[in-house]
Design a protein. Sequence first.
Length: 143
Amino acid sequence: MPGVGERIDPYPAYTFFVEISGLVQASFSECSGLEASVEVTEYAEGGLNSYVHKLPGRVKYADLTLKHGTAGSDDLWKWFQDVAQGKIERKNVSIVLYDPAGNEVRRWSFAGAYPIRWTGPELRAAEGKVAIDTLVIAHQGPI
């Protein structure tokens, strides 16, 4: 626990790594979808018109969206191709956040993940941008 008046800086968002069991892949430049929400069911109790009960329901997890520079490995593309052909191989996925010294500070791990969308790079000869692939991954929730 920090002392009184001690400065606590948030961790930088650019020091992360994505682990996908069984795949070797280029580094990812973006990760989004670290999101969970609880559905709420409202129940209006009879005779108590000034109050509505809000009861927790199912937890929903967003799909993960990963972006990476198009590189020599096509493991993610092959994984998506297999799923598209009905050969679904679920994998565990972890998003790992590091501090500036390279120490792991947070890990989000998800079970039963498989790709549901792949978007290839936008290619424009007039621009000097890096070719970026996007992969959207569905999962069964945290491990």
